[in-house]
Design a protein around this ligand. Sequence first.
Ligand SMILES: O=C(O)CCC(=O)C(=O)O
Length: 327
Amino acid sequence: MTSITPTTKVLDNPPFNMPWVESPFFTQELNQSNLDPELKEIALRFAKDGYVIFDPQISGSVLDKAIAGVEPLYKGGARVQDAWETVSATREIATAPRILEVLRILYRREPIPFQTLNFPVGTQQLTHSDAVHFNSIPQKFMCGVWVALEDIHNDNGPLHYYPGSHKLPFYDMIDMGLSGSSAQTVEELYGKEGVYREYEKRLATIIEAQGLKKMIMNMPKGNALIWASNLLHGGEPINDPTSSRHSQVTHYFFEDCVYYTPLRSDTTIDKLFVRKIRNIITGKLVPNKYFGRPVNQDGHAKAASITGIVRSIGRMLPKSLIKKIKR
Ligand SMILES: O=C(O)CCC(=O)C(=O)O
């Protein structure tokens, strides 16, 4: 197996503010790059399909320690968020050098692991795009890395995904005819009648109308799957109710962005739900930045002051925003 070292080179000078794999020059630059064949293949697949499976070179004992370390945290539930804060094996997975190196190459920016989710069983989550939960300005600087902590097969609720769906437009809440920015409670957002359920239903109709082809992923223990922020994916039904399906997904942003939650934003009426993220590598909060400059951020749900940033994608920066960029 070819190893990835920090000296692995791709071409310099990313000309635009977008992930390398999303760049219009990606194919040309990939062909000219000196990446080893294995990395070239990873980059090519990820750009084309919106996901790629690879060996993150994490030892089996770390995977087992993650399962054992998180076990007491479930307390009857089926998911633990941010176990990295207390379970070092989950942190090791989130910060595995090979994962970080691959992400650096795909995005040409420093990756920031900011959230871990551990699951003891299949999630059976309906199909969604992570981009509605986690988005960035500039866009698409987000991905998930899902690591199989045990063998994943048809019976224990494998992942499903729609290859190439990351190239669909990003369907923001307004595109879906929905607004989550006025939700006051978790129930209003995520409950049975909540706006997120409606998003899932409407997304299913798009998938059907477009005739997208679903793939189901069986994966051996230790393998990792990176999905692009806009790749449609979810969890399959659990055929064997006695089965476990230990897995960890880590969500990554990339440096020098504004990080926000589209589900809770509505930029037309000055609501941008900016996220305060913590870098799992350093344990420190990461400033939201726009063109390298920190932007004012009052924290969750109070971030209307930087609404202009979203409006300005593809347009000119509004003066009000420029004033608010700290110099
Ligand atoms: O683990 C799964 O079954 C799905 C996880 C997922 O869709 C997510 O974390 O976004």
